[in-house]
Design a protein around this ligand. Structure first.
Ligand code: AHR
Length: 684
């Protein structure tokens, strides 16, 4: 995946080029970089959960879609929808009866999410809750069908299930896909005659899920998260937390316990954009809060749940009556307290016991909770306040995340930050989906922030080019440039998560996104690589890195360069982003080295592309990827460097001044390629 690169000294310093200087002080390492610094933001937008990360392949598996209980299904013969099923929060099921003629058939097809993706040779677990209501025995034939086939038969695999109990029971059969088909259909025939059979919660999962969980995640997508080594995992959104109305807000209690009894919820993104409309977009709740916590643990990220503060999405509700009155917030506050119990409580508590029942007796170790998503106006702090009081009283150990609204600056932002300070929020969630110019101008954004107040959680951000919404390399480069400012300010910026995370190529509402996929393949965008590099080279402590005494942050006269540096044990990572079209010579001057010590170039990682407005694709998933390899360049003392300069320019040789000796123990010249994000790794 990562091609190799050898940066030679000759390439590193073209003759005659005037270099800029970056002074890196190794003597006084600064703030620690939080383990939570680079994380991920999950929201069920763009078919990120059902049809995406959640590996269930059957759409509307419980026959609960509200407009049409058979949405996603094609019924044939005598199929009746009934509503007195075994799972009280999902009461609908289907009754399949004898079609009434020997040459007719009864059954159902499921279309999946944009089809059902099957991989030839892989196993899939079909399961169904069933009974024969009047006794006797009925036989079902389950098939994978290629409806586009012009062969003698459409089915590619057939299996049989016998149902012989009047009581509801779960039946299952493992089916091996005979061929790869991104858009298969699942077909169920009532094979036997005479006896009616009832079916509920019809499910199909690959057996090979992430970590092998039965109610599991799609492996390639979960792996793409794990490979980011995220420090924090924010879920379940985004606006989805708030809902288009309060009735459809994300209610975590509906997403725990047996999957069969988790009620579906209308997805807030079903109706949001009529120009990209998805009338069958619901949340099964199968990827619920237990699964989010479990996944956080498995990928090594701190879980960060965000809960409703009683405000329905403010973009969609001008009427104050749409929100919960402050005096009636108690159930919402209780939800937050109960969530902490679910995550951390003993198994002798109500919610801790449920966690144990679901397979995780040990606490999940929740440390953070967010109250409200992208809220604004006085209606937000007045609702947040009682949450803060209750949470502080019951759980002083939990850190609370508040919001600064939907804008990166402006009236609401300026109003909310002091309010968050007043309420004592531990972190403030900032959102910025902004164009090129914004990212280019924000390298020093956090340099002047008040160090005494709450910390920053850059909770949703992405570079959105005007008129060019598709993911592309140049946007990711500007994200990398901006992130040097996050890193330099790690004393105040404690978390940052790009958003959104996932998008199905046939089901997106919003772009750009970090990871794209169809039913079988996935692609990590250029922005994904930027996130992955920051995470891999996060380091432990910030190092002061300046050009003429100020940060290199794309400011006037800095030639489009951005830089930051960190210490990681005995390694130093210098990150430099060149947002210009010109190669930029850069002199790295290291000071603060112990007597007799030096720096040794170890590795250079370069992320660049001459296809500025392109990204990876499902067909070419790594065409834009970092190149890494050995990095060799002379490491010079100031005297040696001056001598080399004199030789290069023909100027008379001279000795370094005292000031020059103070400012550098060792000097290394590099050249940053046009439009490149370079990480220079040195060992001490
Ligand atoms: O990430 C998409 C949306 O952007 C989120 O749901 C919301 O918080 C923001 O407006």
């Amino acid at each position: 995946m990562l091609r190799s690169l050898l940066l030679s000294a000759a390439l590193a310093f073209p003759l005659g080029a005037a270099a800029q200087t970056l002074d890196v002080n190794l003597g006084k390492p600064g703030a620690p970089i939080q383990p939570t610094m680079y994380g991920i933001f999950f929201e069920d937008i763009n078919y990120a959960a059902d049809g995406g990360l959640y590996a269930e392949l059957v759409k509307n598996r419980s026959f609960e879609f509200p407009q049409d209980a058979l949405q996603g299904w094609k019924a044939f013969g005598r199929v009746e929808v009934r509503d007195d099923g075994p799972f009280h929060r999902n009461p609908h099921y289907v009754r399949l009866q004898d079609p009434g003629h020997p040459h007719k058939w009864t059954g159902l097809d499921n279309e999946g999410f944009f089809g059902i993706g099957l991989k030839g040779g892989e196993s899939y677990r079909f399961s169904v809750w069933a009974r024969v209501p009047e006794g006797g025995s009925a036989s079902l034939r389950v098939e994978f069908v290629n409806t586009a086939s012009d062969g003698e038969q459409q089915f590619t695999v057939q299996e049989h299930i016998t149902v012989a109990s009047r009581e509801w029971k779960q039946y299952e059969v493992v089916m091996r896909a005979a061929q790869t088909d991104p858009k298969a259909t699942l077909r169920i025939f009532l094979e036997s005659r005479g006896t009616a059979v009832d079916l509920e919660h019809v499910s199909l999962f690959p057996t090979d899920t992430w970590m092998g969980h039965r109610n599991g995640m799609r492996k390639d997508l979960a792996q793409a998260l794990a490979d980011l080594h995220p420090g924090v995992f924010r879920f379940p959104g985004g606006c989805i937390v708030e809902g288009t109305d309060l009735a459809t807000r994300y209610n975590w209690k509906n997403t725990v316990g047996p999957v069969e009894n988790r009620p579906i919820n209308e997805n807030r993104w079903e109706y949001t954009f009529p120009h990209r409309f998805f009338p069958d977009y619901f949340q099964s709740g199968g990827l619920g809060f237990f699964e989010f916590f479990q996944l956080s643990e498995e990928i090594g990220a701190e879980p960060l749940p965000i809960l409703s503060c009683g405000l329905a999405c403010q973009f969609q509700n001008d009427d104050q009556a749409a929100h919960v009155p402050v005096s009636e917030l108690d159930p919402y506050i209780q939800d937050a307290l109960d969530l902490i119990e679910f995550a951390n409580g003993g198994t002798d508590t109500e919610w801790g016991a449920l966690r144990a029942e679901m397979g995780h007796p040990a606490p999940f170790g929740l440390k953070f909770i967010g109250i409200g998503n992208e809220q604004w106006g006085p209606e937000y702090p007045e609702r947040l306040e009682p949450f803060v009081k209750a949470l502080r009283a019951a759980h002083p150990e939990i850190r609370i995340v508040g919001s600064s609204g939907p804008d990166s600056e402006g009236e609401q932002f300026d109003y909310l930050w002091p309010e968050m300070r007043r309420l004592g929020a531990d972190l403030v969630d900032e959102h910025f989906y902004r164009p090129y110019e914004w990212f280019l101008s924000q390298g020093a954004r956090y340099d002047g922030y008040d160090r005494k107040g709450p910390k920053v959680f850059a909770g949703e951000y992405a570079c959105h080019a005007r008129g060019r919404k598709r993911n592309h390399f140049y946007a990711s480069l500007l994200e990398a440039a901006f992130m040097t400012g996050l890193e330099r300010n790690a004393d105040i910026v404690h978390m940052a998560t790009y958003a959104p995370l996932f998008a199905h190529v046939e089901g997106w509402q919003w772009r750009p996104d970090l990871i794209w996929y169809d039913n079988l393949r996935s692609m990590r965008s250029a922005s994904w690589y930027v996130q992955a590099l920051y995470s891999e080279f996060r380091g432990g402590r910030v190092l002061r890195a300046t050009a003429d005494g100020t940060p290199l942050c794309g400011a006037e006269g800095q030639n489009g360069l951005f830089a930051s540096a960190v210490l990681d044990g005995d390694r130093v990572y210098v990150k430099v982003v060149n947002t210009s079209a010109e190669a930029r010579p850069l002199t790295l001057r290291f000071s603060g080295l112990k007597k007799g010590a030096s720096v040794s170039p170890a590795e250079c990682v370069r992320f660049t592309s001459d296809r500025l407005y392109e990204d990876n694709t499902l067909d070419a998933p790594t065409q834009i990827a970092p190149v890494r390899g050995a990095f060799s360049a002379p490491v010079l003392t100031p005297a040696e460097w001056l001598a080399a300069e004199a030789a290069r320019t023909g100027a008379p040789a001279r000795k370094p001044t005292r000031a020059e000796l103070r400012s550098a123990d060792r000097i290394v010249d590099v050249t940053v390629a046009p439009y490149a994000f370079d990480i220079y790794v040195f060992t001490l």
